[in-house]
Structures are given as C-alpha cells and as structure tokens.
Design a protein around this ligand. Structure first.
Ligand code: SF4
Length: 425
C-alpha cells in the first residue's frame, strides 16, 4: 500500500503534508502523521491518530512529524506504534522517509534501542530559510494557498508555536509572485497567502520588503489574479501600504481575520501581545471608514489565566466594538511548556461560560451581518455544487450549482442558518 498522510492542525501543516507525500512517494507501507502542538488537546488527538493508523495498517511503519514531534519527540518515540520521529526541518529531507528494504514494521528495527523509536529532530531555532518546495503550497479545488512566511519571532505567553516552528523566515517575493502566477495559469481564481505570522513578512530578506509590498508586487505582476485573500493578521503589524491595498484594491478580498486574542489591556499585556484594545478598535474603525464592506473575523481566547469577570466583559464587548462577525473562540487550555500554563488558572466552568457568551455575541453579530446582505448581489467562488463563499467570506448557497472554482453572481434572497441563499443574478 502507498504512503498515507494524516494531517492535524493548520493550513501550513496541510501544505507540508503535500510536500511530504511527494517526497515519500517511492515508499510503501508508510503512514506519516503530521502533528499539531497548539493545545494539549491537539497533542492528545495526535496520539489518537497514531494508534488509529497503526490499528488500520498493522504492517505499516508510522512516522510522526510536525510541531508536537518537534516540541516533545520523546512522547512519540515511546509509543510502540511509532517507527521514527522527525522534526519540522527533517520532514523535508527525502532520506527521512527511507527505511532499509528488509525492515518491516516495528518488530524489525535495528536502530531500536530500549524500545524507543528513532528520533531525528534538530534545533528548529537554527533554521533560517523557508523550505523551498513548500512553495508549492496546496490547493483545495477552488482556491490555492501559498505559504509566504514560516516561524515566529514573538513569544506570546500562551503559545507553543515558535518552539515548534522556529524563528520567522520569509519566502523571497519573486518566488511568491512566480508561484501565484503558476497557480493562476493553472486556473485558480483565488489565492490565499498563508504563514505562521504573515505580518512578520520580510525583515529577513534583502531590502526588508513589507507584506504590503509583497501584495503590491503580486497584484502588479499577476494581472490575471482575480481574488487575493490574506490569512490571519497581527493587527498592530499591518503596514500602511497593506492598509491602502486592503481598503483600496478590489482584488484584495474585503475580509480580514485578526489575531486579537483578548479585549482587555491587562490580559493583552500578560499574553505579551503587541497591541492595545484601543489600537484594535481604532484599526477596525479606519478600515471600515475606507471600505465599509470589510468583514472582520478574529481569534479570541476565553478564560486566559488571571482573567477576572471585568476583564472577560471587556473581551465580550470587543465583539461589538470591532464588529467581529466571524469569531473563532478558543476556551483557554494550558499548554505544557508555555509561561501562561504556570500562571494562576481560571476555573473550568468560568472558561466554558465565557466562551459560550463570546460565541453567542459573535453569532448575533454574524446574523445581523448576513441579514444586511439580503437584496445584494454577491460574487461567489464556487467550492462545492451550489455552495461557495462571497468576497467578504460570507457562506452562500445558490439555487443552481456552478463549476467548482468558477465565480458566479448570486442575488441574495434570504438567510438560512448561517448561510446566505440566493439565485443566479
Ligand atoms: S504571534 Fe504569538 S500566537 Fe502567533 S504564532 Fe507567534 S507566538 Fe504564537
């Protein structure tokens, strides 16, 4: 049987899984589990995925890689199901997927000392370049994702990612432009720029180009590109050129997902975030002033350690103050190895209740936002049958389907659940 890749976590992991699938294509009886370490729950799911894979394919060799493998390799090396543990650098070396032909499954592992799997994990902080073949990015059927940056130089107190991904490094702008051009030539109408912290793009490159400059170059050198979408942004690091393009160029989609995390200044300080509540609110006001149709999504953590009821109320009010219509609400869970895990924790019941209120508030705002689009015409990228997303990322279901990957005009006639419904315009 061929190589199977199990992917957990973010879009970057999905892109890397495609790169590993290509690298390991000559091997057989191999399962690669590309892990995530963002929460303890993600690590638990990784272990579960490993056991499930081995139960389904007892003869296969299981390789574990990704951020959880990078941060805690011993955890996985100790699992009897695992043959090899790879770091986030080693996952791009073809030799990482080679096994001596004679070796089959766990019972025959000459490198197997004291029952532990082989560990190939180096210091990720020493990595200074993005992996070239990662540029291939990955494509869903309707849109393609291009990784422009990896790693992170920040050290938010709740986050383990920098320890899994290393320091921030950027893909040279010329390579990104070439990749976008190639994907557009392949027929993709929408490209999403991704990374771990895309607003950190550039300082490690000659001339320190900003993310705004990169976007400007893509728009100029790929005139056939119809829709450019940005993945999660750190609001305080949005440069002026990017601001002007997001608010002034109709090929940049009017949808921003902001990594806000909280709406209370003391909590933002204890998270080691770089923005204040007022700065987040002011940015959204400026965005909406220049381009009122911009839709705001945001990540918010409920119940960060030391958060009081009043601080939680400030985060709740942020949903309205920043007009967050796509709230991604994360109940705080302590991540081993992060400073926040050592802070006084909030009671589980309070975390749950605060998350419920945040979700409720975001859903209420979303309902109003969707209702406000009834009677309008939306340009929808068809993703599946008669479903897709509008430019502002509102989900849309049309009365009649279209070809996946095409853009259709839909007259919105109503809202069903959290989806706009309409007829072809
Ligand atoms: S910016 Fe903060 S939350 Fe985001 S990856 Fe870096 S350390 Fe983690």
């Amino acid at each position: 049987m061929s190589v199977e890749v199990v992917t957990l976590g973010c879009r970057l992991n999905a892109a890397e899984s495609e790169a590993m699938r290509a690298l390991a294509s000559g091997e057989d009886d191999l399962v690669i589990v590309n892990s995530c370490a963002v929460t303890n729950e993600a690590v638990r799911q990784t272990r579960q995925a490993i056991r499930r894979a081995k139960r389904a394919r007892p003869d296969a060799r299981v390789i574990v890689t990704g951020c959880a493998a990078q941060v805690e390799p011993e955890t996985f090396a100790a699992m009897p199901e695992v043959s090899r543990v790879l770091g986030n650098r080693e996952k791009f070396e073809a030799s990482s997927f080679l096994f001596p032909r004679t070796v089959r499954a766990r019972a025959e592992r000459p490198w197997d000392v004291e029952g532990e799997a082989e560990i190939r994990v180096s210091d990720i902080m020493a990595v200074t370049e993005t992996a070239p073949h990662l540029l291939s990015g990955f494509a869903e059927r309707a849109r393609a994702f291009v990784e422009v940056q990896n790693g992170c130089d920040h050290r938010c107190t709740f986050c383990i990612i920098p320890y899994g991904r290393g320091n921030s490094r950027s893909v040279p702008a010329g390579l990104v432009v070439d990749r976008v051009k190639a994907l557009v030539d392949e027929g993709f109408r929408e490209i999403v720029l991704t990374g771990v912290d895309v607003t950190s793009y550039g300082p490690d490159l000659p001339g320190a180009p900003s993310l705004g400059l990169l976007v400007e170059r893509i728009l100029r050198h790929v005139p056939a590109l119809e829709r450019l979408r940005l993945s999660s942004l750190d609001c305080i690091e949005m440069d002026d050129r990017l601001f002007d393009l997001v608010t002034g160029d109709e090929r940049v989609m009017p949808h921003l997902h902001l990594s806000l995390q909280a709406g209370d200044d003391m909590i933002l300080k204890r998270m080691k975030r770089r923005h204040s509540r007022a700065e987040a609110v002011a940015l959204v006001e400026r965005l909406k002033m220049r381009r009122p149709e911009i839709a705001i999504g945001a990540d918010i953590i409920a119940g960060f350690p030391t958060e009081t009821d009043d601080m939680a109320a400030n985060s709740l009010a942020l949903i309205d103050d920043c007009d967050i219509v796509m709230g991604h609400i994360f109940p705080y869970s302590p991540k081993r190895g992060t400073p926040a895990a050592r802070m006084p924790q909030v009671a589980a019941a309070a975390i749950k209740e605060r998350a419920r209120r945040l979700r409720e508030a975001s859903a209420r705002r979303k309902a109003g936002w969707l209702e406000g689009m009834v009677g309008t015409t939306q340009r929808v990228l068809v993703e599946k049958g008669n479903r897709g997303h509008a430019e502002n990322f509102a989900p849309v279901q049309a009365a009649r389907g279209g070809e996946v990957g095409t853009i259709v005009e839909v007259s919105v006639t109503g809202v069903e659940g959290e989806t706009l419904v309409g007829v072809p315009a």
